[in-house]
Each structure stands twice: as structure tokens, then as C-alpha cells.
Design a binder for this molecule. Structure first.
Ligand SMILES: *Cc1c(COP(=O)(O)O)cnc(C)c1O
Length: 465
């Protein structure tokens, strides 16, 4: 039976007839013809496949529902209550208002991205942030790219293509997804020369590996794990001196790389970029959206002559930052001019340094509303917990925090907890927690928009009756 015959037998309307209706005309005016035609066809085809009859009205209803779904933004705002502050899958650092305003302005109008107002000549895009980066780190020069993985590819390719890069076996990291140091090296065209062992690498191991084939010595911050026990690593300063004696560049990949000492906010010490340079690194690479608290970016600072070589590599063009992120990054760096107010003005820092008393007080305020919203699903308690910094920074340091713990009332099965977590994710602004010992834990450290959070929970409670 042809599809036309089957349609006739089922009494299904044709596409044209559905589209001639007033409702369809209104949909076309709102969403455009191609999308509406597509969705009408899809709805009709579904009925045909299961031999089900349908009226014009029912097809229009289905079409309206799928069109509404099509038009939902795919990337949505969420509440990050996972307890991981710089959560890579949730977009890492939230930006300060100053950076948001700068990005919006750069998006709307033409800018001086690569233009010098004074001379009317072509300018250099990295100059908008290089001044701040050198001032804040003590480096001679600075350069920006898409992310830290890009920074590393650029440095390795520029300085060690066709030659060897020496790295300790204890530092061959994998950072979630597709960042594995050996793979990055292969793509950058440099040969990995592993030295030492997983737990112990000595200066002599590096010294023995240096030869005519050596392009560069690399030290990688082991950002998402730590090795304990019988361990040894060559001190960066000694490594820098060794590389200098052989006229080989020494590059340190700091990963998070902080611009300020976290100790001043009572947080554990994370190596700063200035310290890495002071220890003798010729170049330091780090991320813009980890501890720095800015937009996604890869930053390279260090010796001017090496930065110049990196800037001349054609890969720099492929990896360069756009005007929007440069504007945001510049605004974030400007906040670092006043470290005393950083914890107030830079959201990433504010969340990391947030006092436990404040988080606990928030939990006490939220307890009744969350309790009401989930009273037929879960039993709720305010508990002590530990947040993580995330993005590989200080992997073993945990920050004392407070959380709402939801235990399902239904059978204490894994499925019940999963269902509860799913219900939280199904909120208009999805609430993302973590599952731990049969409970959904909502770490409150990163909850700042209390009003929006309470409003949607109150609405849910009313709906549930
Ligand atoms: C996070 C990290 C990277 C990758 O940085 P992205 O900005 O995510 O590209 C590279 N090296 C180290 C040590 C890291 O911690």
C-alpha cells in the first residue's frame, strides 16, 4: 500500500490542508515556514507509521508542542549545587558584572580590537591584556589563545616541533574529556621523552635525557591528582637552571595558575604564576577560566623573545581569542589591580572564599521552602559537607560548606535517589546536585541567587498542591 493510500484509509489530512488553517498561519508568522512544514510532516508521518487516525486540530496541537520544544535554548542557566565551584561541564567561572558589560559592548559595536586610535594603524589584539598580565605576573611579555590546551599546543609546536620534549612520568596527565598530555604532544609535532618513574623523578633523570634532540623541558602541574608516599620531583628552580645551562627553554604548565596568593583568604596555597616565573620558568601557561575567574582563555607569559616566536606561529591565528572574550578578560584583569576587594568583586573568588557561617545561614533560610516543595518525595536535612575548587585546582583541598540533603521517602533504592535528582534537574532552572550515600546533596556554596531559587521551588510546591 502506498503512503497516499494508507493516508486515505486512515483519513489523515494532507500537509497542505493542515498548513491552510489559521493556526498554522499564526505558527508560520512566528517560527517561519520551513520549521512548521517540517514539524507538520513529522507529526503526520508518526500517525501513519502507527496506523492512527488524526484530525487537523490534533496534528496542529502536536506541531505547536514540538515547535515550542525546538525553540527552547539548548544551553540553559542552571544552579550549580554540585559542590564543585569551577565545574568544567557547567562552564567553570561565573563572570563579574564588569566583564559582562565589557563583553556586551564589544558584541554590539565595532571596537579597537586590532586598531591604534593614535596612529590610525593596525594594532595587536593581545595588547589589550598584555599590559595587565605582565604587571600582575612580573613577566616580560604575554600572549593569549583559546584555552590552556591551545597555549600548550602553541608552545610545544613553536619551540619543539620535530624534536623532543622532556617530561616526568609523574606528570603525564589526563584532564577529563580529550586532554591527555601525550596526545597533545603528538599533535603539536613534538616527541615525548619520558623521564623518571610515576612516583619519583630526579634532576639527574632530566640531565641524562638532555641531548641534541631536546627542544624543550616541560613541567606540568599535576592538577587533578596527587601522589603520596615515596615520592620525589625535581624542584622547578633546579630544573630551570639545568635547562638554562643547555640553552633549552623551560616551560611550566600551571593549569589553574593563580595571579594572587590564595592564602590571604584562608584558602590553601596554589602556585602563582609570578612564583613559577621567579623560580625560572621561561614560559608559563595557564587558564583564564579556572582560578583566575575569567572567560575561557589560554594565557602564556614569560620571556619576550619566546613570546614573539609563539606569536609568529600560524597556529596562533587559528587559536586566537575573539573580541568578546578579550573584552571580558581585560575587565577581569583590571579587578586584580585591587586585590583587597577581589573576594567581593570577582564571583569565582567570592564563592571560594565564602564563609561557612554565611552558607549555613542560607541553608537555614531555605530549609522550609525546600521541605515544602519536596515534602511528598523526600526528607530534608541541613548537613555539613565539603566543596571542591574544581577544574583541577588543589585536587585534595576541600572547603568546609553546608548542604541540603534530600533522602527519598520511597523505597531506599538507587532508582528513588536517581528519580529525585531527575526531578531537581527538571525544574525551570535545573538544580544540579550530587548523589552521595542514598541522598541528593545540594551544596549551597555556589547559590547566590536565592530569590530565583526560592521562587521556582515555591511555584513547584503550589503545583504539587
Ligand atoms: C586544565 C588544565 C589544562 C587545560 O586547560 P584548558 O583551559 O581547559 O584548555 C592543561 N593543563 C593543566 C595542568 C590543567 O590543569
Amino acid at each position: 500500500m502506498s503512503s497516499k493510500e494508507r493516508r486515505g484509509r486512515l483519513g489523515l489530512p494532507g500537509v497542505d490542508r493542515v498548513l491552510r488553517s489559521d493556526t498554522a498561519a499564526a505558527m508560520i508568522a512566528r517560527y517561519g515556514r520551513p520549521l512548521v512544514v517540517d514539524e507538520v510532516r513529522t507529526a503526520l508521518a508518526a500517525r501513519r507509521r502507527c496506523d492512527a487516525p488524526a484530525s487537523v486540530e490534533s496534528i496542529l496541537e502536536e506541531t505547536a508542542a514540538s515547535l515550542a520544544r525546538d525553540m527552547l535554548p539548548s544551553q540553559r542557566r542552571v544552579f550549580n549545587l554540585t559542590g564543585t565551584v569551577l565545574h568544567t561541564n557547567l562552564g567553570r567561572a561565573p563572570l563579574p558584572e564588569e566583564a559582562i558589560a565589557a563583553a556586551v559592548e564589544a558584541m554590539r559595536d565595532p571596537t579597537t580590537l586590532e586598531y591604534e586610535i593614535e596612529t590610525g594603524k593596525r594594532g595587536e589584539r593581545d595588547n589589550h591584556v598584555a599590559g595587565w598580565l605582565t604587571r600582575l605576573t612580573g613577566a616580560e611579555a604575554a600572549l593569549t589563545v583559546n584555552n590552556n590546551a591551545g597555549a600548550l599546543v602553541l608552545a610545544l609546536n613553536t619551540l619543539a616541533e620535530g624534536r623532543e620534549t622532556i617530561v616526568s612520568r609523574g606528570e603525564l596527565i589526563e584532564i577529563g574529556g580529550s586532554f591527555r598530555l601525550p596526545d597533545i604532544m603528538a599533535r603539536a609535532g613534538t616527541r615525548l621523552r619520558e623521564v623518571g618513574t610515576t612516583n619519583r623523578t630526579h634532576l639527574a633523570d632530566y640531565a641524562a635525557a638532555i641531548g641534541p634532540q631536546t627542544g624543550l623541558v616541560l613541567k606540568v602541574h599535576t592538577s587533578n591528582y596527587s601522589i603520596h608516599g615515596f615520592t620525589a620531583a625535581a624542584p622547578a628552580a633546579r630544573l630551570a637552571a639545568l635547562a638554562r645551562d643547555h640553552a633549552i627553554p623551560f616551560v611550566e604548565d600551571l593549569g589553574s595558575g593563580s595571579l594572587v596568593d590564595f592564602g590571604r583568604w584562608g584558602l590553601p596555597h596554589e602556585p602563582t604564576v609570578a612564583e613559577a616565573l621567579a623560580r625560572g620558568a621561561d614560559l608559563v601557561t595557564f587558564s583564564g577560566d579556572k582560578l583566575l575567574g575569567g572567560p575561557q582563555a589560554g594565557l602564556v607569559v614569560g620571556r619576550a623573545e619566546l613570546i614573539r616566536r609563539l606569536a609568529r606561529n600560524p597556529l596562533k591565528r587559528a587559536l586566537r581569542l575573539d573580541k568578546i572574550r578579550l573584552a571580558a578578560l581585560e575587565a577581569v584583569l583590571r579587578l586584580y589591580a585591587d586585590p583587597d576587594r577581589l573576594a567581593e568583586r570577582l564571583p569565582a573568588m567570592r564563592l571560594l572564599a565564602r564563609p561557612i557561617e554565611q552558607i549555613r545561614a542560607l541553608g537555614e533560610r531555605l530549609l522550609p521552602t525546600v521541605g515544602r516543595a519536596f515534602r511528598d518525595l523526600a526528607e530534608i536535612a541541613l548537613i555539613e559537607t565539603k566543596s571542591q575548587i574544581g577544574s583541577g585546582a588543589l585536587p585534595i583541598s576541600l572547603l568546609p560548606s553546608a548542604a541540603l540533603a534530600l533522602r527519598p521517602l520511597a523505597a531506599r533504592s538507587g532508582a528513588a535517589v536517581e528519580a529525585l535528582a531527575r526531578a531537581l534537574r527538571a525544574m525551570p532552572i535545573p538544580i544540579i546536585g550530587r548523589i552521595e550515600a542514598g541522598r541528593v546533596i545540594l551544596d549551597l556554596r555556589c547559590l547566590e541567587d536565592e530569590t530565583a531559587f526560592i521562587a521556582q521551588l515555591a511555584a513547584a510546591a503550589i503545583k504539587r498542591g
